[in-house]
Design a binder for this molecule. Sequence first.
Ligand code: F0G
Length: 355
Amino acid sequence: AHQWRGVIAEYADRLPAHVQERVITLGEGGTPLVDAWYLSERTGAHVRLKVEGMNPTGSFKDRGMTTAISAAAGRGAQAVVCASTGNTSASAAAYATAAGMTCAVLVPDGKIAMGKLSQAVAHGARLLQVDGNFDDCLIAARKLAEAYPVELVNSVNPDRIQGQKTGAFEVVDALGDAPDVHVLPVGNAGNITAYWAGYTEYAASGPASRTPAMWGFQAAGAAPIVLGHPVTEPETVATAIRIGNPASWDQAVAARDGSGGLIESVTDEEILDAHRVLAARCGVFVEPASAAGVAGLLRLADEGRVPAGAQIVVTVTGHGLKDPQWALRTADGSEVEPVRVPAEAMAIASALELA
Ligand code: F0G
């Protein structure tokens, strides 16, 4: 029986040697590509979900963290730092502690989902809540890493992109070729950069005959790439992508234009609708930011802009358990209350309207 060995071992021939000297892995990658018949019906395309919440710390960040932390370990680094809206910090904390390193995380004040905070703390990170937003945190983390003996593991670290490109490899390996369209949420724009790198590499060297159109979606209140200028006070319920000045902005534009794709925005309402559709119709529980891609796909389908019969893969980036509060609110905003019943079959049957 074959056990998935993590992305560095599985894609050793496609990753740089310096990430392979001392491999730190938690078994990341190898995530499910789920056929989403409900979304296929809604869009007239063939839609599959790349469920990245199934990674060890519950988000796609683990693909890039295994390579970034392995590279740092290979160089003998003792400490790493990152700025984060939550998932990067959870991943960095887990991989750093597995490597025997210390990890400092800078998170924006009060805007981090509880699940992510508790992960960083559980894994022993030095957690600092910064008086500012994600963009302020990233500037501070970069300066810290320049001036002190601590390595930066945000996606501006090229080793992160190397690991994250394996998401595209897995899609092609599963489908036999690239899809027509790849859809994903865009925040700091590392992931769209990484998928595009993976798809172009596979198309240039054999496993794929073509590259997909890259469709990226930002939250409307945090949509600098769509607007064409930084957003000083980004705001969205999708806290993971509450980012006003993405570090990989130029690379995201290059992926969009080089692929014949698009980057547009979706409202918080559309994000929460897609979040509900994913959970209640597809059986896939994600955090709000992860629903931005599906929100965009559904909007484009409503506008008649989804090619009929297209092969479409949507990366859903993080697990719903990271930020579960959204499920406990109905579409009209009221709180979901459990129905209380006595421990009797008849009463339960009547509550379930079986009788
Ligand atoms: N989805 C989730 C769940 C995320 O956590 C992020 C980014 C994104 C999408 C966007 O990906 O930044 O590569 O464009 N989270 C970062 C963090 C910023 O700190 O965890 P991106």
